[in-house]
Write a protein of this length. Sequence first.
Length: 76
Amino acid sequence: MAHQPRRPTSVMDQAEALFKAATTKPEEVVEKPVIPIGKETISISIDRDVLAHFQDDGPGWRDRLNAALRKAADLN
């Protein structure tokens, strides 16, 4: 049995290794979403019509509700 070297030594093996390195897409790094500092999950009872008002505009209703509460508390 002939001992196989760990690195490609033939010109053909080197060319294939270079081609593979040049044509392989790098793996995409998926970053975890950053949770804003200072937010806290709570349970709160809100009148249905008030909740419906904020949900009518679709996604982002929690942010709109938070903005309204900040304005009412004069925290802006």
